[in-house]
Design a protein around this ligand. Structure first.
Ligand code: NI
Length: 178
């Protein structure tokens, strides 16, 4: 396992549409090794999710792990490591939830983004088995944020009101808990 370098905003790989992973390739040492490295990299930088393009691999693979002790996100939600490959997201409600998102590829900033509150995630897991699961709350936000990465989008693109974009310290002082 290895901690990978994280691409930051401005690098073109973050704006490409990542390639789907052929299901038969998921069990290969290359893909399994990439998944392990992504989990290690996410943990090293206190991320709650990471997408393969963020570690310079233009493939539709994302990982998520939410721990209530994460120093970057105050949340009571715990979600064990979840790997999703070739994801498809269907919103299940018109209702949206606003969250101050951050991103390891957009260091130092937080911005308020609204996304559908409840989604259906269809994808393949790390063994290549189909997953079909409804999500809401914090994990639903993380899944949508990571899936955006696979389609060349950053959360910054979804900020409707740029007065709601802040540096980390100012976010903590003036916006956290809003
Ligand atoms: Ni991100």
């Amino acid at each position: 396992m290895a901690i990978r370098k994280v691409a930051v905003m401005g690098h073109p790989i973050l704006r490409q549409i990542a390639k789907e992973v052929p299901p038969e390739a998921i069990q290969t040492p290359e893909i399994q090794g990439l998944i392990e490295d992504m989990i290690e990299t996410m943990r090293e930088y206190d991320g709650v999710g990471l997408a393969a393009p963020q570690v310079y691999e233009s493939l539709q693979i994302a990982v998520m792990e939410i721990d209530s002790g994460n120093p970057r996100y105050a949340t009571a939600t715990n979600t064990p490591v979840t790997v999703f490959i070739n994801p498809k997201i269907t919103p299940l409600t018109e209702e949206t939830t606003g969250m101050w998102e951050g991103c390891l590829s957009v260091p130092g900033l937080r911005g308020l983004v609204y996304r559908p509150s409840k989604i259906l995630l269809e994808a393949l897991d790390r063994d290549g088995k189909p997953i079909k699961k409804e999500w809401d709350g914090f994990p639903a936000v993380a899944i949508q944020h990571e899936t955006d990465h696979l389609f060349g989008k950053l959360y910054i693109d979804r900020i409707e009101d740029t007065t709601q974009l802040a540096f980390n310290d100012e976010y903590r002082k003036y916006h956290q808990g809003e």
